[in-house]
Design a binder for this molecule. Sequence first.
Ligand SMILES: NC(=O)c1ccc[n+]([C@@H]2O[C@H](COP(=O)([O-])OP(=O)(O)OC[C@H]3O[C@@H](n4cnc5c(N)ncnc54)[C@H](OP(=O)(O)O)[C@@H]3O)[C@@H](O)[C@H]2O)c1
Length: 334
Amino acid sequence: MAIRWGICSAGKISNDFTVALKTLPPEQHQVVAVAARDLKRAQEFAQKHSIPRAYGSYDELAKDPEIDVVYVGTIHPRHLSVGALFMNAKKNILCEKPLAMNLKEVQEMIVTAKKNDVFLMEAVWTRFFPASVEISRLLSQKEVGEVKVVHADFGVPLMHVVRAVQKDLGGGALLDICIYCLQFVLMVFNGEKPECVQATGFCLDTGVDEAMIITLKFSGHRMAVCTCTIAAELPNEAIIVGTKGTIKIPAHMWCPTSLIVNGVETQYPVPEPSLPLNFINSTGMRYEAEEVRRCLLKGLKESSRMSHADSALLTEIMDEARRQVGVVYSQDSQ
Ligand SMILES: NC(=O)c1ccc[n+]([C@@H]2O[C@H](COP(=O)([O-])OP(=O)(O)OC[C@H]3O[C@@H](n4cnc5c(N)ncnc54)[C@H](OP(=O)(O)O)[C@@H]3O)[C@@H](O)[C@H]2O)c1
């Protein structure tokens, strides 16, 4: 049975997600409508991706009865209100990361999903890559012994991207990219809450973080370090160090296509795109789409691999890191 997708917003990531869906069998995934704030842009997007219906408002998409799930690809300060619009219209949603601006907003999203009995997942696509699934398998089978240290870094020059630097657009390295390092650490440590979070970093004149280093201390003498910056290219790798070996995730750790386990490399390529992409390896968003379909067919309201609790803990840690570095959004005082 095909899951009928609606795409909310006609921006960069929506383009890539729609291209990723096209790598899946059409009898399983169909894109039936797209909405943007501007009808012309929605129509152009629809034409480019051969989508039957285009709407000039998100309201119209919310009212479309032939949508099973909406992909929310708008900027993060809009996730809460736009997510609520769709969930209150009884639409399931896959919402881009970060799920919302802070823990209070994330909790509101979760309450809205539960109240409407709809599926809600934060689009942490990394977790659904075959390489990530393999990492979880290796860890559960103790292939590298007990994990003691995790390092992850994500740094790309984004200072020219307006939404990455402007506070009212949700700018800052943490919410945009460090979230991938943190979610990776939490995946490795099975969603365990760290005992201690310490963050240091610098802010731009706009008040958002240019760079952060976050250390996390877990029970049983286990630690993690995450480094992120929007001012420079970092190695963009991750490493899991256990008592009996290591798992290295070469660049790009947020969309992994290879793993080096105790020195032995295995490739996990993603499919070629049918249209140009804005971001690297974006066809790998197909794996999160498959998870959404699997959950919807089973009647599940959340994914156990990226659960509501996972999103809440991730956001709680980011709130704490922001508090320590001094990044405050208007949403924090609402
Ligand atoms: N999974 C990933 O790898 C990945 C990569 C990049 C981004 N993302 C996430 O995806 C989201 C969008 O990122 P993007 O790079 O696609 O952004 P983008 O292209 O700059 O903007 C996405 C959409 O947001 C809406 N928008 C832009 N500026 C707005 C404003 N000032 N007020 C209200 N709405 C505005 C527009 O929707 P309309 O089209 O309706 O006008 C736009 O098309 C972010 O939350 C980001 O964290 C994820």
